[in-house]
Design a binder for this molecule. Structure first.
Ligand SMILES: NC(=O)c1ccc[n+]([C@@H]2O[C@H](COP(=O)([O-])OP(=O)(O)OC[C@H]3O[C@@H](n4cnc5c(N)ncnc54)[C@H](O)[C@@H]3O)[C@@H](O)[C@H]2O)c1
Length: 457
């Protein structure tokens, strides 16, 4: 098929375009940001994701994907047009739909033959219908276009893996013709004789072979339910994190260890292990934004979502708790204290620092007069764009030099393997707040560190 992905230089758009190119479709990724377009056409990626550079170079070379800022050429080329632009949070919490609406207005000018328009961005119920009504101002539904809601569930850091191994594919559509196109597009994921092969290189250039998973569940539903499935899924994941953070606070007072509690809970197939890790809370580009949007959607429809509001409040409380733990170790006044931070991205495997709680905690430390020195294996250059004023260190051992405390805020695997004997030599005071519960507590205590985790013994 000929595919156009609008927002094609963003996280979702890039992974989607590359994934379909790898499945032998002819893809044009359109993005307003011509700087990112140029970077991508030169074979480099503006985002960090395992395997993305190799897949990009391969598909550029084989002529299956191109990047452009020209929506007209992308739209005219396509049978299927994905809208994967951003839906950021407005100040009041609701989703800002400006980018989606702008795209719909542009498509109205450029649609010249039948297209399936697929909204992949996370949007409140009613938005896909709004896109449809914009297009209907000049085009005929069913004849010039059909509209589909196809929410995205990829996890940053595992984006390509999630493209090739989706847990489910959700398609909300009214038109049979559009449903048929989506079945055809997603056929490699739905059939047992999958031919979707893709060879990816991971960061250590060890080849990873991805084969689209046979018989992924296809949830064909109405448009409103499809949009709601995405919000409900993210709200549920956020609730799990707030839940286990609540349990961690209770563990703290009882001498129980929340890591052990979560381990024991997770084996129950009704519960599972995922998103059951106590820590600094949920950050990142989606969970908080989508939870806030869902709360506003409910309120705007005369419903007070008490449970969802509690999930959000509990998350905000958690950030304050983490700073309070630091003060428990260092003394109440942080003024001129040197605080080393390990981890800036909102999770490992990505350089995305948008709404990272690590940056929010750093803001808090700065407000209280602390001197912050931060290390992250890959997210420093992204963090500098948002927070140019703190000291960044490419070497973790430099970051801890003369530090009064170390805070671990992203669960990068490599942090577990650092030489804590050496860190001990560098630090002025041996205080560690492990905001991700990843460290070996007995090793740190043996070395003489004052260690505080989240609900750990
Ligand atoms: N990032 C994730 O992990 C993730 C996961 C699932 C769903 N989502 C949802 O997917 C959507 C996209 O998220 P993202 O993280 O990829 O956003 P992003 O900000 O990384 O990318 C959006 C891209 O759209 C481009 N853009 C904006 N307006 C445009 C226009 N008129 N024409 C062409 N390009 C335009 C921007 O330049 C940007 O490159 C959001 O609704 C988000 O909630 C994101």
């Amino acid at each position: 098929m000929n595919i156009c992905v609008i927002g094609g230089a963003g996280y979702v758009g890039l992974v989607t375009g590359l994934g379909f190119a790898e499945l032998k479709h002819k893809v044009i990724n359109v993005d307003l940001n011509s700087e990112k377009v140029e970077i991508l056409n030169n074979g480099a990626s503006p985002i960090y994701e395992e395997g993305i550079k190799d897949l990009l170079r391969k598909n550029l070379k084989e002529g299956r994907i191109t990047f452009t800022a020209d929506l007209e050429s992308g739209a005219k080329h396509a049978d299927v047009i994905f809208i994967a632009v951003g839906t950021p949070k407005r100040d009041g919490g609701e989703a800002d739909l400006t980018q989606v609406i702008d795209v719909a207005e542009d498509l109205l000018k450029y649609i010249d033959s039948y297209k399936v328009i697929v909204v992949k961005s996370t949007v409140p119920v009613g938005t896909v219908e709004l896109v449809c009504s914009i297009l209907k101002r000049g085009k005929v539904e069913g004849q010039d276009f059909d509209i589909v809601a196809n929410p995205e569930f990829l996890r940053e850091g595992k984006g390509l893996y999630d493209f090739f191994y989706p847990a489910r594919i959700v398609v909300g559509a009214n038109s049979d013709k559009a449903k048929q196109s989506m079945r055809q597009l997603y056929a490699p994921f739905l059939s047992l004789e999958s031919n979707a092969q893709s060879l990816l290189q991971n960061s250590g250039s060890r080849p990873l072979s991805f084969t689209a998973q046979p018989s992924t569940p296809l949830v064909e539903t109405d448009i409103a339910s499809a949009q709601m499935i995405k919000y409900a899924s993210n709200a549920f994941l956020a609730a799990r994190i707030s839940f286990i953070n609540e349990i961690a606070s209770i563990c703290n007072r009882l001498g129980a260890d929340v890591n052990e509690v979560a381990r024991g809970m997770g084996y129950d197939p009704r519960i599972g292990h995922e998103y059951l890790e106590a820590g600094i809370g949920f950050g990142g580009p989606c969970l908080e934004k989508d939870l806030k949007a869902l709360i506003r959607i409910a309120e705007n429809n005369n419903y007070e979502p008490r449970l969802l509001s509690a999930v959000l409040e509990r998350n905000e409380y958690q950030v304050r708790q983490v700073v309070a733990k630091l003060k428990e170790l260092t003394g109440y006044l942080l003024y001129k204290k040197i605080i080393a931070i390990f981890g800036l991205s909102f999770k490992p495997g990505t350089n995305d620092v948008r709404t990272s709680l690590s940056l929010r905690i750093i803001d808090q430390l700065e407000k209280e007069g602390a001197i912050v020195r931060a290390y992250d294996p890959i997210a420093i250059s992204e963090a500098k764009k948002i927070k140019p004023d703190i000291e960044y260190c490419e070497d973790p051992y430099k970051a801890v030099t003369r530090a009064d405390a170390l805070m671990i805020l992203t669960d990068w695997d490599e942090l577990r393997r650092l030489d804590f004997e050496r860190i001990k030599e560098e630090m002025a005071s041996l205080n560690i707040v492990d905001g991700r519960n990843i460290m070996d507590t007995s090793m740190l205590k043996r070395l003489g560190f004052n260690y505080i985790g989240i609900g750990r013994r």
